[in-house]
Design a protein around this ligand. Structure first.
Ligand SMILES: Nc1ncnc2c1ncn2[C@@H]1O[C@H](COP(=O)(O)OP(=O)(O)OP(=O)(O)O)[C@@H](O)[C@H]1O
Ligand SMILES: [Mg+2]
Length: 342
């Protein structure tokens, strides 16, 4: 049984939202987008919003930061966090690649990337040694954002990889051979600790763990942390948990704040000060093949992901988040924080 069996808890999702089905077929698109919400209107609103948030622009990392978004618990917000953080970092001016490493292909769907069975995908990279550059696609609507999609083929990769040479480091090699300049690579992992996740952990230096503000939030994390230690010890000495992000935070419940406090006590500085609120807009966006940043740029969900991205970017160059407020003096930060984080 999956460890996310607590879905019937007090914070069940009010809008379950269409998802990719287990065979990888696209989610239902029967609900049309709002008529008056034109792409140009959205883009303009988005630009204003992003500029307001980005202030004088964010520092770019010296070298590409490869962040592995992992938690073997299902449904905690890995994919949502991957795509929305990636879009936020791109809107802040970075060049960002999302690698979809989940056979469900949810990240590809959410980014509006075609990933039917014949599309060149991360499966070809891992199993057939195809260069990453041959599968990467630009994400429509978000400049600087790219995606290496997952197709249903990837479901067989866990088994097929077993007999291949350097089975744990195939993604790492593909990334090293990729010559396009990138500021960030975000890897969306499946909810398991198999060879796909191990490939991600070997390829990246940073692990980003989304934690849902739910009962049992920390359950099973020990196993992930032990795997991180193992991979660090044997295959990737640079690997460390750099970032914990609290997701689906509902400020109205005492449970959420208790969980947040527990996570902060347990992990300390790795936990971002920004947490992501539970937001209907966040859960609606993927069914339109969009991130919340383009779907509803003014929503609290969009603003909180922009803020989390800012925090991650600043930490990456060693600037303390608070110090940034003082140094760059983005006047509306406090106000934005208040809107974005409920
Ligand atoms: N902040 C949020 N507010 C509301 N709904 C959210 C939020 N974050 C995620 N969700 C919804 O919760 C569900 C699970 O999120 P997501 O798919 O990102 O989790 P996951 O960890 O990638 O899941 P899996 O383990 O199956 O890959 C989705 O329906 C998503 O739309
Ligand atoms: Mg996912």
């Amino acid at each position: 049984m999956r460890s996310d069996a607590n879905i019937a808890g007090p914070m069940t999702d009010p809008v379950p939202g269409p998802r990719t089905d287990p065979t990888g077929h696209d989610v239902s698109r029967e609900t049309p987008p709002p008529m008056d919400d034109t792409p140009i209107g959205r883009a303009a609103q988005l630009a204003v919003e992003a500029l307001g948030r980005a202030g004088e622009g964010l520092p770019r990392p010296e070298d590409t930061r490869v962040m592995v978004v992992a938690n073997q618990k299902g449904g905690v917000g890995k994919t949502t966090t991957t795509v929305n953080l990636a879009a936020s970092l791109a809107l802040h001016g970075g060049r960002v690649l999302v690698i979809d490493l989940d056979p469900q292909g949810n990240a590809s769907t959410a980014l509006g990337i075609d990933h039917h069975a014949e599309v060149p995908s991360i499966y070809d990279v891992l199993v057939e040694s195809k260069p990453l550059s041959e599968v990467v696609q630009p994400v429509p609507d978000v400049e600087g954002l790219f995606c290496a999609p997952a197709t249903i083929d990837l479901a067989g990769a866990e088994i097929e990889l077993v007999s291949l040479v350097a089975r744990e480091s195939r993604l790492q090699r593909a990334i090293q051979a990729y010559e396009q300049p990138l500021d960030y690579i975000l890897i969306d992992c499946p909810p398991s600790l198999g060879l796909l996740t191990v490939n991600a952990l070997v390829a990246g230096a940073e692990v980003l763990i989304p934690i849902q503000c739910e009962y049992y939030a920390l359950e099973g994390l020990g196993q992930l942390l032990r795997n991180v230690d193992l991979v660090r010890g044997h295959l990737n000495p640079a690997l460390h948990v750099s970032t914990i992000l609290l997701t689906m935070y509902d400020g109205r419940t005492r449970l959420a704040s208790q969980v947040a406090e527990e996570v902060r006590n347990h992990f300390g500085d790795e936990v971002l000060r920004t947490s992501i609120p539970r937001s209907v807009r966040i859960s609606e966006a993927p069914s339109y093949g969009q991130t919340v940043l383009t779907y509803d740029p003014g929503s609290s969900g969009a603003l909180s992901y922009l803020e989390a991205a800012r925090e991650i970017a600043l930490r990456g160059v060693g600037i303390h988040y608070d110090a940034q407020h003082a140094h760059l003096g983005a006047q509306n930060d406090q106000q934005n924080m208040a809107e974005g984080i409920q």
